[in-house]
Ligand binder design. Structure first.
Ligand SMILES: Nc1ncnc2c1ncn2[C@@H]1O[C@H](COP(=O)(O)OP(=O)(O)O)[C@@H](O)[C@H]1O
Ligand SMILES: [Mg+2]
Length: 392
């Protein structure tokens, strides 16, 4: 059932909204549309923070670039509204490197460690390649922005659901942080005698570096030590992050299309949410075909369309003159395809309750691809029919 008001009422109570789902289902568009609807109908100051490196949010908003600093986009949306914007809408894109640098500044034990760590090549490659680095950066950024109290609501637009899952798993990884554990092991003299290689044993380090043909060992040691000094801070933050994500201040929504694979990913996402004690508050079923196409009473009509010769024969002679049998056959095929697809959608729709108890909104497949602000406004209208948005 389409219930935009219930969904928005539900989301308007939250400070953080995390939007998950498979790739291409419309998460970025829906995040921006929800932000617009919440800003407009509820007068909220909303930030849409995208973790998707694909720059889709920037293009959906008609911006050439989107930085990590929240940008007010009121002037972009106001021309599409039929009454003044009550709240305010901001957008920002996660910058993984900046987020990590800030984390280092926050958690490292001294300004010298901060400087050394940030300049260290191992640190830089860890940010780029370490599994979970992006998710950790996203959560750090979210936490900081949330703690700043600058926005009433922050909507996080995640990359495809495997990554969306990574996001919700991230605090767990960090409270049991494999990297930190490994590093602790390496720096624990009692366990592996690594200290023998550390700064206290410069000649050994120099020798090893010569053998390695570079200074990489010294840099590795420096990285390990610097990173270990952050361990306590990271663990503490992981616990606070978990508490935020599990609290009623945070709502998760899942966006899905009524296709097997995408719906399966949505199920997986919501299943993990339940296991982790996080709250699913909304389901957006996007790109839906009109329900009548899959309705049972359409079967007879479609059966009729299956005999294009009969349809053609039944047409007035004047119509047959301007319409070939081929064209009628094509239309027949199209009707069949749409009907079959709509029947599949109907079947999946009947299992939506498997995703959990949450407000469900249907958003129709728009007749054209609107990868711009108009698309966002269109989707906002569908999510929230009460939102007064200017047509066209
Ligand atoms: N209801 C819709 N009808 C038609 N096209 C849509 C609809 N919702 C989203 N799209 C289009 O689908 C594409 C993917 O949307 P996007 O929001 O980037 O998905 P995701 O963030 O989940 O990867 C975009 O081109 C977008 O304009
Ligand atoms: Mg996206």
């Amino acid at each position: 059932m389409s219930d935009g008001r219930t969904l928005l009422d539900e989301l308007a109570k939250r400070e953080v909204i995390i939007c998950g789902g498979a790739g291409g289902v419309g998460k970025t568009t829906s995040s921006a549309a929800l932000g617009l609807a919440l800003a407009h109908r509820y007068g909220k100051k909303v930030l849409v923070l995208t973790v998707d490196p694909a720059k889709r949010l920037a293009s959906a908003l008609g911006l050439a670039e989107l930085g990590s600093h929240p940008t007010c986009i009121d002037s972009l949306v106001i021309p599409h509204l039929s009454e003044p914007l009550r709240g305010s809408l901001f957008a920002a894109m996660l910058n993984v490197k900046d987020a990590w640098d800030q984390a280092v500044q926050r958690y490292a034990d001294s300004p010298q460690t901060v400087r050394r760590l940030i300049a260290n090549p191992y640190y830089q490659s860890m940010i780029e390649t370490f599994v979970g680095s992006q998710e950790y950066a996203a959560l750090e950024t979210l936490f900081q922005l949330h703690a700043s109290g600058e926005f009433d609501c922050i909507i996080v637009d995640t990359p495809p659901s495997k990554n969306a899952l990574d996001i919700i798993e991230a605090p767990r990884h960090y409270s049991d942080f494999a990297g930190v554990r490994l590093i602790s092991l390496l720096t624990s003299p009692a366990r592996v005698g690594w200290k023998a290689f550390s700064f206290a044993a410069a000649p050994v380090s120099k020798m090893a570096s010569r053998l390695l043909g570079s200074t990489s060992l010294a840099e590795l040691i420096d990285f390990v030590e610097g990173f270990q000094s952050m361990n306590g801070g990271i663990q503490k933050r992981a616990r606070s992050l978990y508490a935020l994500l599990q609290s009623t201040r945070c709502a998760f929504i899942v966006v899905t299309t009524l296709e097997d694979v995408q719906f399966g990913e949505a199920e997986m996402f919501t299943y993990r949410l339940r296991e982790l004690g996080m709250h699913l508050r909304g389901v957006i079923i996007n790109k839906c075909l009109p329900e009548f196409l899959g309705a049972e009473d359409m079967d007879n009509v479609v059966m009729h369309a299956r005999s294009p010769e009969d349809v053609f024969a039944g047409m007035p002679a004047s119509t047959r003159e301007i319409c070939s049998l081929d064209a009628v056959e094509n239309v027949s095929e199209m009707v069949q395809l749409l009907h079959d697809r709509a029947v599949l959608e109907r079947k999946l729709r009947s299992t939506v309750s498997h995703l959990g108890r949450a407000a469900v909104v249907n958003v129709p497949l728009l007749p054209r691809d609107l990868s711009n602000i108009e698309g966002v406004v269109e989707i906002a209208k569908r999510i929230s029919p009460q939102t007064e948005l200017r047509d066209g």
